[in-house]
Design a protein around this ligand. Structure first.
Ligand SMILES: C[S@@+](CC[C@H](N)C(=O)[O-])C[C@H]1O[C@@H](n2cnc3c(N)ncnc32)[C@H](O)[C@@H]1O
Ligand code: SF4
Length: 264
Protein backbone atom coordinates (compact mmCIF):
# COMPACT_ATOMS: atom_id res chain seq x y z
CA UNK A 1 0.00 0.00 0.00
CA UNK A 2 1.34 3.47 -0.77
CA UNK A 3 2.26 5.60 2.23
CA UNK A 4 0.31 8.88 2.66
CA UNK A 5 3.06 11.05 1.15
CA UNK A 6 3.26 8.64 -1.82
CA UNK A 7 -0.49 8.71 -2.36
CA UNK A 8 -0.44 12.50 -2.65
CA UNK A 9 2.29 12.58 -5.34
CA UNK A 10 1.02 14.20 -8.54
CA UNK A 11 3.13 14.53 -11.70
CA UNK A 12 2.60 16.57 -14.86
CA UNK A 13 4.13 15.19 -18.08
CA UNK A 14 4.74 17.56 -21.01
CA UNK A 15 5.59 15.89 -24.34
CA UNK A 16 7.64 17.66 -27.02
CA UNK A 17 7.25 15.41 -30.06
CA UNK A 18 10.08 16.68 -32.30
CA UNK A 19 13.67 15.65 -32.97
CA UNK A 20 16.32 16.89 -35.38
CA UNK A 21 16.65 13.36 -36.78
CA UNK A 22 14.98 10.04 -36.09
CA UNK A 23 17.16 7.37 -34.49
CA UNK A 24 16.69 4.00 -36.24
CA UNK A 25 15.78 2.11 -33.03
CA UNK A 26 13.24 4.60 -31.69
CA UNK A 27 9.46 4.23 -31.86
CA UNK A 28 8.64 7.10 -29.51
CA UNK A 29 6.11 9.73 -30.54
CA UNK A 30 8.86 11.86 -32.12
CA UNK A 31 8.93 13.45 -35.55
CA UNK A 32 11.34 15.34 -37.77
CA UNK A 33 10.08 18.62 -39.22
CA UNK A 34 12.05 20.06 -42.09
CA UNK A 35 10.11 23.32 -42.12
CA UNK A 36 10.36 25.81 -39.27
CA UNK A 37 8.23 24.95 -36.28
CA UNK A 38 5.67 27.45 -34.97
CA UNK A 39 6.69 27.22 -31.31
CA UNK A 40 4.34 30.04 -30.23
CA UNK A 41 1.41 28.06 -31.63
CA UNK A 42 2.54 24.95 -29.77
CA UNK A 43 2.78 26.99 -26.59
CA UNK A 44 -0.82 28.15 -27.01
CA UNK A 45 -1.87 24.52 -27.42
CA UNK A 46 0.03 23.45 -24.28
CA UNK A 47 -1.60 26.25 -22.28
CA UNK A 48 -5.06 25.23 -23.51
CA UNK A 49 -4.35 21.58 -22.67
CA UNK A 50 -3.08 22.42 -19.19
CA UNK A 51 -6.20 24.53 -18.51
CA UNK A 52 -8.53 21.76 -19.74
CA UNK A 53 -6.71 19.07 -17.76
CA UNK A 54 -6.74 21.17 -14.59
CA UNK A 55 -10.50 21.68 -14.98
CA UNK A 56 -10.98 17.92 -15.27
CA UNK A 57 -8.64 16.91 -12.43
CA UNK A 58 -9.21 19.70 -9.91
CA UNK A 59 -6.97 20.96 -7.15
CA UNK A 60 -3.77 19.01 -6.55
CA UNK A 61 -0.27 19.76 -5.37
CA UNK A 62 2.24 19.10 -8.16
CA UNK A 63 5.25 17.13 -6.88
CA UNK A 64 6.99 16.49 -10.23
CA UNK A 65 7.00 17.87 -13.77
CA UNK A 66 8.70 16.05 -16.64
CA UNK A 67 9.45 17.45 -20.11
CA UNK A 68 9.91 14.34 -22.27
CA UNK A 69 10.11 13.65 -25.95
CA UNK A 70 11.11 13.66 -28.61
CA UNK A 71 13.76 16.19 -27.77
CA UNK A 72 12.51 18.84 -25.32
CA UNK A 73 15.96 20.45 -25.34
CA UNK A 74 14.96 21.87 -28.74
CA UNK A 75 12.40 24.08 -26.94
CA UNK A 76 13.25 27.67 -26.20
CA UNK A 77 13.76 28.24 -22.46
CA UNK A 78 11.01 30.90 -22.63
CA UNK A 79 8.53 28.24 -23.80
CA UNK A 80 9.50 25.98 -20.89
CA UNK A 81 9.12 28.94 -18.50
CA UNK A 82 5.65 29.78 -19.84
CA UNK A 83 4.50 26.16 -19.45
CA UNK A 84 5.80 26.04 -15.87
CA UNK A 85 4.02 29.32 -15.10
CA UNK A 86 0.78 27.89 -16.49
CA UNK A 87 1.11 24.76 -14.33
CA UNK A 88 1.62 27.00 -11.27
CA UNK A 89 -1.46 29.08 -12.19
CA UNK A 90 -3.71 26.02 -12.32
CA UNK A 91 -2.37 23.88 -9.48
CA UNK A 92 -0.33 24.52 -6.36
CA UNK A 93 3.28 23.46 -6.82
CA UNK A 94 5.20 21.79 -3.98
CA UNK A 95 8.15 23.84 -2.74
CA UNK A 96 10.50 20.93 -3.47
CA UNK A 97 8.98 20.09 -6.87
CA UNK A 98 11.24 18.03 -9.19
CA UNK A 99 11.32 19.52 -12.71
CA UNK A 100 13.13 17.30 -15.23
CA UNK A 101 13.87 18.01 -18.88
CA UNK A 102 15.20 15.40 -21.32
CA UNK A 103 18.05 16.66 -23.47
CA UNK A 104 20.10 15.42 -26.38
CA UNK A 105 23.78 15.77 -25.46
CA UNK A 106 24.94 18.20 -28.13
CA UNK A 107 26.83 21.42 -27.55
CA UNK A 108 23.98 23.52 -28.97
CA UNK A 109 21.57 22.08 -26.45
CA UNK A 110 24.01 22.37 -23.53
CA UNK A 111 24.18 26.11 -24.25
CA UNK A 112 20.50 26.35 -23.28
CA UNK A 113 20.95 24.64 -19.88
CA UNK A 114 21.30 27.89 -17.91
CA UNK A 115 18.15 29.21 -19.55
CA UNK A 116 16.26 26.07 -18.52
CA UNK A 117 17.53 26.42 -14.96
CA UNK A 118 16.37 30.05 -14.88
CA UNK A 119 12.98 28.85 -16.16
CA UNK A 120 12.64 26.48 -13.19
CA UNK A 121 14.09 23.17 -14.44
CA UNK A 122 16.14 21.54 -11.66
CA UNK A 123 17.08 18.19 -13.20
CA UNK A 124 18.18 17.07 -16.68
CA UNK A 125 18.28 13.63 -18.23
CA UNK A 126 20.66 13.28 -21.18
CA UNK A 127 20.46 10.68 -23.95
CA UNK A 128 24.14 9.71 -24.09
CA UNK A 129 23.34 6.13 -25.32
CA UNK A 130 26.98 4.91 -25.70
CA UNK A 131 30.52 5.98 -24.93
CA UNK A 132 31.86 4.54 -28.18
CA UNK A 133 31.79 6.57 -31.40
CA UNK A 134 31.30 3.54 -33.66
CA UNK A 135 28.32 2.41 -31.58
CA UNK A 136 26.88 5.95 -31.61
CA UNK A 137 27.12 6.04 -35.41
CA UNK A 138 25.36 2.70 -35.70
CA UNK A 139 22.62 3.99 -33.35
CA UNK A 140 22.17 6.92 -35.75
CA UNK A 141 23.23 9.46 -33.14
CA UNK A 142 24.44 12.85 -34.29
CA UNK A 143 26.88 13.42 -31.38
CA UNK A 144 30.21 11.83 -30.46
CA UNK A 145 31.03 10.35 -27.05
CA UNK A 146 33.27 13.35 -26.30
CA UNK A 147 30.49 15.78 -27.14
CA UNK A 148 28.05 13.83 -24.96
CA UNK A 149 30.46 13.84 -22.02
CA UNK A 150 31.03 17.58 -22.49
CA UNK A 151 27.24 18.07 -22.23
CA UNK A 152 27.23 15.91 -19.07
CA UNK A 153 29.95 18.19 -17.64
CA UNK A 154 27.82 21.28 -18.34
CA UNK A 155 24.81 19.55 -16.73
CA UNK A 156 26.94 18.80 -13.65
CA UNK A 157 27.82 22.50 -13.32
CA UNK A 158 24.35 23.88 -13.93
CA UNK A 159 22.02 21.41 -12.19
CA UNK A 160 22.06 19.91 -8.72
CA UNK A 161 20.59 16.71 -10.19
CA UNK A 162 21.28 15.06 -13.54
CA UNK A 163 21.08 11.64 -15.10
CA UNK A 164 21.98 10.09 -18.42
CA UNK A 165 20.76 7.18 -20.52
CA UNK A 166 22.80 4.38 -22.06
CA UNK A 167 21.55 1.64 -24.37
CA UNK A 168 23.16 -1.78 -23.98
CA UNK A 169 22.78 -5.23 -25.58
CA UNK A 170 23.79 -3.46 -28.78
CA UNK A 171 25.06 -5.10 -31.94
CA UNK A 172 28.06 -7.38 -31.24
CA UNK A 173 28.37 -6.10 -27.67
CA UNK A 174 30.40 -8.44 -25.48
CA UNK A 175 29.91 -8.56 -21.71
CA UNK A 176 33.48 -7.39 -20.94
CA UNK A 177 33.21 -4.40 -23.29
CA UNK A 178 29.89 -3.35 -21.76
CA UNK A 179 31.25 -3.78 -18.23
CA UNK A 180 34.16 -1.44 -19.07
CA UNK A 181 31.82 1.11 -20.71
CA UNK A 182 29.46 1.02 -17.74
CA UNK A 183 32.32 1.61 -15.28
CA UNK A 184 33.41 4.64 -17.33
CA UNK A 185 29.82 5.90 -17.30
CA UNK A 186 29.51 5.50 -13.53
CA UNK A 187 32.63 7.64 -13.10
CA UNK A 188 30.78 10.42 -14.96
CA UNK A 189 27.42 9.87 -13.27
CA UNK A 190 26.14 11.47 -10.12
CA UNK A 191 23.25 9.80 -8.38
CA UNK A 192 21.12 8.42 -11.22
CA UNK A 193 21.58 6.40 -14.44
CA UNK A 194 19.06 4.98 -16.92
CA UNK A 195 20.33 1.76 -18.55
CA UNK A 196 18.07 0.39 -21.28
CA UNK A 197 18.51 -2.93 -23.08
CA UNK A 198 18.09 -2.31 -26.80
CA UNK A 199 14.57 -3.27 -27.84
CA UNK A 200 13.91 -3.90 -31.52
CA UNK A 201 10.61 -2.08 -31.98
CA UNK A 202 8.24 -3.01 -34.82
CA UNK A 203 8.30 -0.81 -37.95
CA UNK A 204 11.63 0.84 -37.16
CA UNK A 205 14.69 0.76 -39.44
CA UNK A 206 16.37 -1.55 -36.90
CA UNK A 207 13.48 -4.03 -37.24
CA UNK A 208 13.91 -3.99 -41.04
CA UNK A 209 17.68 -4.45 -40.77
CA UNK A 210 17.24 -7.33 -38.36
CA UNK A 211 14.66 -9.00 -40.61
CA UNK A 212 17.13 -8.68 -43.52
CA UNK A 213 19.86 -10.35 -41.44
CA UNK A 214 21.91 -7.14 -41.37
CA UNK A 215 21.66 -6.49 -37.64
CA UNK A 216 22.56 -9.09 -35.05
CA UNK A 217 21.86 -8.33 -31.42
CA UNK A 218 22.90 -10.46 -28.43
CA UNK A 219 20.87 -13.66 -28.00
CA UNK A 220 18.81 -14.19 -24.84
CA UNK A 221 21.63 -15.82 -22.86
CA UNK A 222 24.03 -13.01 -23.70
CA UNK A 223 21.33 -10.37 -22.98
CA UNK A 224 20.76 -11.98 -19.61
CA UNK A 225 24.50 -11.94 -18.85
CA UNK A 226 24.61 -8.27 -19.85
CA UNK A 227 21.68 -7.52 -17.52
CA UNK A 228 23.29 -9.40 -14.64
CA UNK A 229 26.65 -7.68 -14.98
CA UNK A 230 24.78 -4.35 -15.08
CA UNK A 231 23.11 -5.15 -11.75
CA UNK A 232 26.39 -6.30 -10.16
CA UNK A 233 28.41 -3.26 -11.22
CA UNK A 234 25.72 -0.71 -10.36
CA UNK A 235 24.95 -2.27 -6.97
CA UNK A 236 28.65 -2.34 -6.09
CA UNK A 237 28.89 1.36 -7.08
CA UNK A 238 25.95 2.31 -4.83
CA UNK A 239 23.51 2.72 -7.72
CA UNK A 240 21.09 -0.20 -7.31
CA UNK A 241 18.12 -0.63 -9.66
CA UNK A 242 14.91 0.89 -8.32
CA UNK A 243 12.94 -0.38 -11.33
CA UNK A 244 13.72 -2.41 -14.45
CA UNK A 245 16.07 0.08 -16.14
CA UNK A 246 16.69 2.90 -13.69
CA UNK A 247 19.41 3.05 -11.06
CA UNK A 248 19.93 5.56 -8.27
CA UNK A 249 21.47 6.19 -4.93
CA UNK A 250 18.85 5.80 -2.18
CA UNK A 251 16.74 8.95 -2.10
CA UNK A 252 17.90 10.10 -5.56
CA UNK A 253 15.31 8.15 -7.56
CA UNK A 254 13.50 10.19 -10.22
CA UNK A 255 10.29 11.13 -8.39
CA UNK A 256 8.37 11.49 -11.62
CA UNK A 257 9.39 7.97 -12.65
CA UNK A 258 8.12 6.63 -9.32
CA UNK A 259 4.73 8.26 -9.94
CA UNK A 260 4.26 5.84 -12.87
CA UNK A 261 5.61 2.76 -11.12
CA UNK A 262 3.33 3.43 -8.13
CA UNK A 263 0.37 4.03 -10.47
CA UNK A 264 -0.29 7.50 -9.07
C1 LIG B 1 13.03 10.48 -25.37
S1 LIG B 1 14.59 9.69 -25.41
C2 LIG B 1 15.69 10.75 -24.47
C3 LIG B 1 15.98 12.16 -24.94
C4 LIG B 1 16.49 12.39 -26.33
N1 LIG B 1 15.43 12.27 -27.28
C5 LIG B 1 17.66 11.54 -26.73
O1 LIG B 1 17.45 10.54 -27.42
O2 LIG B 1 18.78 11.90 -26.37
C6 LIG B 1 14.34 8.39 -24.25
C7 LIG B 1 15.38 7.29 -24.13
O3 LIG B 1 14.79 6.03 -24.44
C8 LIG B 1 15.79 5.13 -24.83
N2 LIG B 1 15.28 4.35 -25.97
C9 LIG B 1 14.53 4.80 -26.98
N3 LIG B 1 14.24 3.77 -27.83
C10 LIG B 1 14.84 2.67 -27.33
C11 LIG B 1 14.92 1.29 -27.76
N4 LIG B 1 14.33 0.88 -28.87
N5 LIG B 1 15.62 0.43 -26.99
C12 LIG B 1 16.22 0.85 -25.84
N6 LIG B 1 16.19 2.13 -25.41
C13 LIG B 1 15.50 3.02 -26.14
C14 LIG B 1 17.04 5.93 -25.15
O4 LIG B 1 18.05 5.65 -24.21
C15 LIG B 1 16.56 7.37 -25.03
O5 LIG B 1 17.56 8.20 -24.48
S1 SF4 C 1 15.98 8.39 -29.24
FE1 SF4 C 1 15.56 10.52 -28.70
S2 SF4 C 1 16.56 11.76 -30.38
FE2 SF4 C 1 16.37 9.66 -31.12
S3 SF4 C 1 14.42 9.69 -32.28
FE3 SF4 C 1 13.98 8.88 -30.19
S4 SF4 C 1 13.33 10.66 -29.05
FE4 SF4 C 1 14.39 11.44 -30.92
Amino acid sequence: MPRDNERSAFGVYVHWPFCLSKCPYCDFNSHVRHAALDEARFLRAYLAEIGTTAGRIGARSVTSIFFGGGTPSLMQPATVAAILEAIARHWSVASDVEVTLEANPTSVEAERFRGYRAAGVNRVSLGVQALDDGALRRLGRTHTAAEALAAVAVARKVFARYSFDLIYAREDQAVAAWAAELRRAIAEAAEHLSLYQLTIEADTPFAALRAAGKLTIPDQDCARALYEVTQEICTAAGLPAYEVSNHARTGAECRHNLVYWRMQ
